[in-house]
Design a protein around this ligand. Structure first.
Ligand code: FES
Ligand code: FES
Length: 378
């Protein structure tokens, strides 16, 4: 495979090394620069052990390509050696027994550093929620939470408003390496069209959902694409539709990591039969993951003030994000998302507010709920 010359600022020093396009940032640091403070656990973006900073924001270096960081400022745990705030965190971790084997600790400290800078008023539930993307198999988390609370209680640093990721140098091929909400000015990606034949290899989900709203009012929502998008947490359109094509973005949060899928979809509706199909593709430029999918729906009246929505979805996720969980779990999560979106559509059709519309889809919270359900079933 061809090598690509990568130049970045690493812990304050400019370094240049060739790397294969598939080399992830953690390997680039560990193997090529002998910075072994960045630990690798899952290598799937789940455990948080590899968390470090790119352009001032925490990212998972196991699912960030080194090539995507060309021109970026990378700060690994070694780069915090003389940082006063990190020194306080290290001392607090020691004082409160926030580590045992230490495997998770570099990633924990990186996330803790982000929490204390970003959320000076964080209480214990918020700290625990923010830490949900970092897994520790030893401590039981109590000491880690206590350490962060200790630093916040004693002279917390001023809250930092983090800027959006800066644009990479021209020609590097990746404008955004950050795990952040897709900003409205991020250009739409130019994706090859949806490969319908490839979808045959995808996961299929069907769902038959009873809605507490009459069919005519639900259809009024379904035929209004901006209204449907408003029922999908974390999703937004980029502007008016062009013919039958909608372009937009959807953010999925996985702990501190956010995948921002940007793409477009073709919408076809049959007003007489009350059926429709949405088919399209999106790409997360951070992880270079691609999602292709097609959702078909059919709406049926189901007695006074009620209706039934038959959903059939087929999707194919490719790239590093496809590996973050077992396919069955991913399917369960997608199933839960479908159910939530349907509930939001019913709420909107009934004139009720759609809750938390701006919140990104929280994959870890969904994962936790799904795991609980699976454990109960099995
Ligand atoms: S090693 Fe990167 S998240 Fe687990
Ligand atoms: S201290 Fe061992 S995994 Fe966290």
């Amino acid at each position: 495979m061809s090598l690509q010359e990568i130049t970045l600022t690493l812990n304050g020093e400019t370094v240049t090394k060739p790397a294969e396009p598939r080399t992830h940032l953690a390997d680039f640091l560990r193997e090529d620069h002998l910075l072994t403070g960045t630990h690798l656990g899952c290598e799937q973006g789940v455990c948080g052990a590899c968390t470090l900073y790119v352009d001032g924001r925490p990212v998972r270096s196991c699912i960030t390509f080194a090539a995507a960081c060309d021109g970026a400022e990378v700060r690994s745990i070694e780069g915090f050696e003389t940082d006063p705030l990190m020194a306080r965190l290290r001392a607090a971790f020691t004082k409160h027994h926030g580590l045992q084997c230490g495997y998770c600790t570099p990633g924990m400290l990186a996330t803790a550093y982000d929490i204390v800078r970003r959320l000076p008023d964080a209480d214990e539930p918020r700290i625990r929620a923010e830490l949900s993307g970092n897994i520790c198999r030893c401590t039981g988390y109590a000491g880690i939470v206590e350490a962060i609370r200790d630093v916040l209680a004693n002279d917390p640093p001023p809250a930092q408003v983090l800027s959006l990721p800066r644009t990479r140098r021209a020609g590097t091929g990746s404008a955004s390496v950050m795990a952040t909400a897709a900003p409205a000015d991020e250009p739409a990606v130019d994706l090859p069209p949806l490969d319908e034949a490839a979808l045959a290899d995808g996961v299929e989900l069907t769902r038959n959902i009873a809605l507490d709203a009459p069919a005519d009012r639900v259809w009024a929502v379904l035929r209004d694409i901006p209204a449907v998008v408003s029922c999908i947490p974390g999703a937004a359109l980029d502007g008016p539709m062009t013919g039958d094509v909608a372009t937009g973005r959807c953010v999925v949060a996985l702990g501190p990591m956010r995948a921002s899928f940007v793409g477009s979809a073709r919408v076809t509706l049959d007003e007489v039969a009350c059926t429709g199909r949405v088919a399209g593709s999106g790409r997360d430029r951070l992880s270079r993951s691609r999602l292709d999918g097609a959702l078909s729906f059919a709406l049926h009246p189901a007695g006074a003030g009620a209706s039934r929505l038959n959903l059939s979805m087929r999707y194919l996720l490719k790239g590093p994000l496809a590996q973050f969980g077992r396919p069955a779990l991913v399917a369960e999560i997608a199933d839960r998302i479908l159910a939530d979106v349907a509930a939001n559509i019913a709420a909107r059709a009934s004139g009720q507010a759609v809750p938390d519309r701006q919140k990104p889809l929280n994959g870890l919270a969904l994962l936790a709920a799904v795991l609980k359900r699976l454990l109960r079933i099995n």
